[in-house]
Design a protein around this ligand. Structure first.
Ligand SMILES: [Zn+2]
Length: 218
C-alpha cells in the first residue's frame, strides 16, 4: 500500500477535527496531493473505524486508481481546487457552526478583519455565488474551483467551509482561522437575514441521503 504516512496523517486530522466538532457524523472530508494523484477520505465511513486502506487515490481526472471504497461524495470540490491551484497540497472541508451560519446569509464575503486572515487566508473569505446541492458533484466542485482564486479558504453557500494549505498542518490551521474569523465577524454584525435552501433542493438532498449516499460512483 502506497502513501502510508499520508494515510495515517489524514486519519489523525479527521479524528482531531471530530474532537473539535469541526466534523459531525461522516460530514467533513480531507485530502492530500500525492505526486500526480489525490489521496481522499472515503464516503460514509465513520472516523473511529477508518483504516489506512479505506482511503482512496484518484487521478486529476477524478478516476479511482487505488482503494476499494467510494471516494468522498465531495471529491470534486477537492479535485477542482487541486487542478486550479498547483500550490495547494492539502484540503479540509469541514461542517463548522459559525462558517455554516455565514454560509446561510446573502454575504458575498467575510471581510478581512484581523491579521490572521491577511497572513494565512490571503484576505477576505469569499462565499460561493450560488447554492449547489451535494448530488451535483461536478457543479459543486466547479463553484469551489472558481471561487478559491488565490485564497486559502472559501465558504460553500448553505453548506460549509473549505480550507486549503500547502500541507495538512496548514490546512488544519486555515480551517480553524476560517471558523474563528466567522465567529468574530458575526459577533460584530447585527442580525443577518437568512437565505434558505430552495425547496426543490431540500427534497432532492433528502432523497440522496436516504437512498444513494455512499454508493455514488468512484
Ligand atoms: Zn460538506
Amino acid at each position: 500500500m502506497r502513501y502510508e504516512q499520508q494515510r495515517a496523517e489524514i486519519i489523525e486530522v479527521c479524528l482531531r477535527m471530530r474532537q473539535m466538532e469541526f466534523f459531525l457524523g461522516t460530514w467533513g472530508n480531507v485530502s492530500v496531493r500525492v505526486g500526480g494523484h489525490i489521496l481522499l477520505t472515503p464516503s460514509k465511513v465513520d472516523y473511529d473505524v477508518m483504516r489506512p486502506e479505506d482511503l482512496v487515490v484518484i487521478d486529476t481526472q477524478g478516476n479511482r486508481v487505488e482503494g476499494e471504497r467510494t471516494a468522498t461524495s465531495e471529491k470534486e470540490v477537492h479535485r477542482q481546487i487541486y487542478v486550479a491551484r498547483a500550490d495547494v497540497g492539502a484540503i479540509i472541508h469541514a461542517h463548522t457552526k459559525k462558517a455554516m451560519a455565514v454560509s446561510a446569509t446573502a454575504l458575498r464575503e467575510v471581510p478581512c478583519l484581523v491579521e490572521e486572515m491577511s497572513q494565512l487566508l490571503g484576505g477576505a473569505i469569499p462565499l460561493a455565488g450560488r447554492y449547489v446541492p451535494a448530488e451535483q458533484h461536478v457543479e459543486l466542485g466547479g463553484e469551489a474551483g472558481k471561487v478559491i482564486g488565490q485564497k486559502s479558504g472559501i465558504i460553500l453557500r448553505n453548506h460549509g467551509p473549505v480550507a486549503c494549505g500547502r500541507d495538512l498542518r496548514e490546512a488544519a490551521l486555515v480551517a480553524q482561522v476560517i471558523e474563528k474569523s466567522c465567529d468574530i465577524y458575526l459577533s460584530l454584525c447585527g442580525p443577518l437575514a437568512a437565505r434558505e435552501i430552495p425547496g426543490a433542493f431540500v427534497e432532492s438532498e433528502r432523497y440522496r441521503f436516504v437512498h444513494t449516499y455512499g454508493h455514488e460512483q468512484t
